[in-house]
Design a protein around this ligand. Structure first.
Ligand SMILES: NC(=O)c1ccc[n+]([C@@H]2O[C@H](COP(=O)([O-])OP(=O)(O)OC[C@H]3O[C@@H](n4cnc5c(N)ncnc54)[C@H](O)[C@@H]3O)[C@@H](O)[C@H]2O)c1
Length: 239
């Protein structure tokens, strides 16, 4: 019960990494509110589903107010909702660029701008944002995605300073996953995925639970002296 009595928000919580994190956090004693623009179906009574598009800043404020009124506090925020719209730069449309920036970058800002200061006022908290190996190293055909995931690393360091000021005790970290088996990889050809697996030291792609375990560490008091950090969880892909 490493998150006993904690109140956690996980965005993009309907499937993939978000679902794995929501379920693990609940198993470890947290009350989790899983936020998604898609349908949420959890049988676990400790996970509540809340429909929200994180690109809508007014709705994000309403969600924050709802959380404070219902639970009185938020201890953990995982900014996980994210999308890809891949294209080579010369072919990338305005729509592909804007959509990815809106969800992966503005969506992260929209909730953290309320929840970060709230945690600071409450005397502590843990914010985790899901970046990517693509944000660390770049990737052909993903200029929009790489920009957002590198942007998340800049936000993480900035917020570790801002919300940690004056004894705020808010820890802000990022996780940079390698290639993890979820729906986001559905459009990636199998031969490319096989190639990625061969580039790792572990010899395979990752599982959602392996990211959830890293998030659990950063969310819990075991990481009480870890802030402003990016935890790469990629099977040693870039060694
Ligand atoms: N799976 C990987 O290999 C991998 C690697 C590196 C980083 N990531 C990142 O991890 C995060 C989760 O990805 P995943 O693999 O679980 O993908 P996924 O597609 O399985 O799940 C993403 C979830 O985010 C939700 N979502 C999308 N736009 C939203 C919005 N505007 N508002 C609210 N919810 C929204 C979707 O409905 C979906 O439930 C993303 O930020 C992704 O970029 C994934």
């Amino acid at each position: 019960m490493r998150l006993k009595d904690k109140i956690a928000v996980v965005t993009g919580g309907a499937k993939g990494l978000g679902q794995a994190m929501a379920e693990l956090f609940a198993k470890e004693g947290a009350k989790v509110v899983a936020v998604d623009m898609g349908d949420l179906s959890y049988s676990n009574p400790n996970v509540e589903g809340y429909k929200l598009n994180v690109t809508n800043s007014e709705d994000c404020k309403k969600f924050f107010d709802y959380m404070v009124e219902k639970y009185g506090k938020i201890d953990i925020l995982v900014n996980n909702a994210g999308i890809t719209k891949d294209a080579m730069t010369r072919k990338m449309t305005d729509e592909q660029w804007d959509l990815v920036i809106d969800v992966n970058l503005t969506g992260v800002f929209n909730l953290t701008r309320f929840i970060g200061p709230h945690m600071q006022t409450m005397g502590g908290g843990s914010i985790i944002s899901i970046s990517s190996i693509v944000g660390e190293y770049g990737n052909i055909g993903q200029a929009n995605y790489a920009a957002t995931k590198a942007g998340v690393l800049g936000l993480t360091k900035t917020w570790a300073k801002e919300f940690g000021m004056k004894g705020g005790n808010v820890r802000v970290n990022a996780i940079a996953p390698g290639y993890i088996m979820t729906d986001i990889l559905k459009t990636v050809p199998q031969e490319l995925l096989d190639g990625f697996a061969k580039q790792t030291m572990i010899g395979r792609l990752g599982q959602p639970e392996e990211i959830a375990n890293a998030a659990l560490f950063l969310a819990s008091d075991e990481a009480s002296y870890v802030t402003g950090h990016t935890l790469s969880v990629n099977g040693g892909m870039r060694l």
